[in-house]
Structure formats: C-alpha cells, structure tokens
Design a protein around this ligand. Structure first.
Ligand code: GLA
Length: 402
C-alpha cells in the first residue's frame, strides 16, 4: 500500500504537463470587463454599480457571470513580502471585499495581470512571482485570471502561460484562465491544455471597420478581427475558445453595428465579454446584449465556430453548425448601403470539414426562424428574401424537420 502511495506521489511530481482546471468554459464564457471603457480608472464603487447592473439589466440571467477588473487595479509596488497589493485609493477595503460583493450578487470575479515584468499599463507584472500571485488570487477568491503579454522580452509564451496555469492549479482554487498574448505565438496550437480561452488578435477598437494607429501599435475595428485568421476554427471548442476580444457593443458603434458585432461574436463562438458602461446603456443595447436566442447560438453545446461560406455584393454569409444537425446562418452587410438578399437554399448545400456537418437542402427540409425579428422565415423550400441594413446582419436559425 505504502509503495502504491509512493508511486502515485512520484508520478504526480513527474507529471509536468500543464494542469488547467477541467470542466470550465464548456461553452464560451460570458461576462463584463472594465478595460474598453474605463482603462485604469476603476474603483470599488464602479465594481459595485456594475455588479448591481449586471443583475438588474438581466445580463446575469442571460448568462453573463464574470465581472473582470482589467489593468490598473494594483498599487504600483508589491509589499515587502512580494505580495500584490490592491490600490488602496481605488479599493480602500481591499480586493477580498470587492470579490465578496460580486459573489453575493451571484456573479464570479476576475482579475488581470501580465506574464511580463510589468503590466501593459506599468503595474507590477507576475514574472518570477507566478506561484505567489496564484496563491494571492486564491486567497482573495478570484474566479478568472486574464493574463497579458507586455514586457515579456526573452521569455517563451507557452512556458510562461503553462507556468501560470500550473501555479493556479497548485493554489487550488478553480479559476478560468484567459490567455491574452494577442495571437503572436499561435496560442491555438498549444493553449488547449493550458487555458480556457486565448486572444487571437491585438486590441479591438470601437469602430466597425477602421484601423486605429497609435504610433507604436495599432488597434482593430470589428471586421478586421473577424477577418484576421481564416484557418483556426478547428482549434476552438468546449473548454478552449478562440477569443475575439472584449466587445464594443454599445460603446461607439451605432445600433446596427452593435447588433452585427454581437451576432458575429455569437456565430464565432467567441467568449462574450461586454466592454461598455452598462450602467448607462440604452434599451436597444441592453436588448442586443441579452438576446436569449442569439446567446443560445453562441452557447450551443456543439461548440463549433462559424465559417465563411460565401462573399457576394459586400455581404458575407457565415454558417455555424449547431447541435442536432441544425445551423445558424448570418448575412453580414459590410457596406454602408442596404443590400437585398435572394438566397436559394436548394442551390447552396453545406459541407463542413471541421464539424462534419453536411446538408443538402434539396433533400432535407429545414424550417427557418429570423433570430432578431423573432418570427418565422418559412422553410428551405423557398428562396429567402430580405434586405440587410448597412453594417447590420440578418441571422437565421435553421432547424431540421424531423
Ligand atoms: C493589453 C490587452 C488589453 C488590455 C490592456 C491593459 O493591451 O490586450 O485587452 O488588457 O493590455 O493594459
């Protein structure tokens, strides 16, 4: 018996593979993150108001469970023991009190740090403190860690993220681990065992299709991020998602653009992390963010990212295979003009090598519902006719007539 225990312990010590918590993020995570709107201007009062609003707006009921504080929550220096310190002016009651408030609302709490020596905004980074910091997060009851990639000269991305993943596992509190290294080192090739989601791009910018030049770096409009990587959808799936970045819905985009942006993040099975100031959002933005039918497409258990089926007249047709051999189809209008759609299902069979979904609409009948209009759109026997508004979408859900 003793020998058996000895062998088991030895085996555990020799097992150096990364050890992310399994069973988390089996569907794409939903939440809110402070960065897009507030940058480092965050504090305890803001967190409490956001947590309250996540509940009162219906976001929590719609599935948004993580409230994540991004860069700027720390004091500029660690304490004498090397521990992280929450900024005492922004968080006068410490971070555990903040986590307690968020948890009492039935939400989960997330924090941000960075694999480098300093965070992107210049606060203490985790390099060399991985196990220490993971213990600190566990002690403060953190449920989600976003781990960035600034100031990482000379270190290997896979090793750095694996080390932090192991540190979290060792600290013993279940945490969702969000890799944020902007896709520079192809995390989709090695991140599956290490984390639950990985950014595939640099930072999003709150425009539909522009590129924002900041001098030494650029940030990217919604369509740019959609277009960036065409061949990585096979790496995304239950427990490990391609992350298209925090959303700009209701933050500088008009209503059509917000709806298109949200719909595409749902189609792409991206984590849905809102980035707007939800305290002041209008009814239209609230309706977009909490649309149960669109979120159901994002949360479909099959966990397959949509693919680009066709591009015609500035309208993209994206198809997302769903459970029970159903599909979601999104017509995305990239132009500034309304575009009519005349779509003959019979002439457009679906064959997806990733999900192995094959549909020949001339042999199989599907009923169609218009997801945003909340009405039936007939079935696949007849031609679908509609008009896609500028920078907007039509999303259809097709269910097989069994
Ligand atoms: C990087 C990340 C952003 C945000 C900032 C914070 O740019 O990609 O999402 O976390 O750092 O400084």
């Amino acid at each position: 018996m003793n020998k058996l225990i000895y062998l088991l312990v030895l085996f555990a010590m020799l097992d150096t593979s990364a050890q992310k918590f399994p069973g988390l993020a089996l569907t794409p995570p939903l939440g809110w993150n402070s960065w897009n709107t507030f940058q480092t201007n965050i504090n305890e009062k803001l967190v409490m108001e956001i947590a309250d609003k996540m509940v009162s707006s219906g976001m929590k009921d719609a599935g948004y469970s993580y409230l994540v504080l991004d860069d700027g929550w720390m004091a500029k220096e660690r304490d004498v023991n090397g521990n992280l310190v929450a900024d005492p002016l922004k968080f006068p009651n410490g971070m555990k009190a903040v986590a307690d408030y968020v948890h009492a609302k039935g939400l989960k709490f997330g924090l941000y740090n960075c694999a480098g020596t300093k965070t992107c905004a210049g606060y203490p980074g985790t390099r060399g403190y991985e196990y220490n910091d993971a213990r600190w997060y566990a002690k403060n009851e953190v449920d989600f860690l976003k781990y960035d990639w600034c100031n990482t000269e000379g270190i290997n991305a896979k090793e750095a993220y694996a080390t932090m993943s192991n540190a979290i596992k060792t600290a013993g509190r279940e945490m969702l681990f969000s890799l944020c290294e902007w896709g520079d080192n192809q995390p989709w090739l090695w991140g599956k065992e290490i984390g639950h989601m990985w950014r595939i791009s640099g930072d999003i910018y709150n425009c539909f299709d522009c590129i924002k030049d900041h001098g030494t770096w650029k940030s990217w409009g919604v369509t740019y991020i959609i277009d960036l990587h065409k061949n990585i959808r096979q790496y995304s799936g239950p427990g490990h998602w391609n992350d298209f970045d925090m959303m700009e819905v209701g933050h500088g985009l008009n209503v059509n653009e917000s709806r298109a942006h949200f719909s595409m993040w749902c189609m792409l099975a991206s984590p849905l992390i809102a980035g707007n100031d939800i305290r002041g959002m209008d009814n239209q933005v609230q309706k977009i963010l909490t649309d149960k039918d669109m979120i159901a497409i994002n949360q479909d258990k099959r966990g397959v990212q949509a693919f680009l089926y066709q591009q015609k007249d500035s309208v993209d047709i994206w198809i997302k295979p769903l459970s029970n051999e159903n599909v979601a189809v999104c017509f995305l209008n990239r132009s500034q003009n309304p575009v009519p759609v005349n779509y003959n299902w019979q002439l457009n069979p679906v064959a997806d090598s990733v999900s192995k979904l094959n549909i020949d609409f001339s042999k199989e009948l599907y009923k169609i519902s218009d997801v945003w209009q909340k009405r039936s759109a007939g079935n696949t026997k007849k031609i679908f006719k509609g008009v896609v508004k500028p920078h907007d979408v039509i999303v259809l859900k097709l269910e097989g007539e069994k």
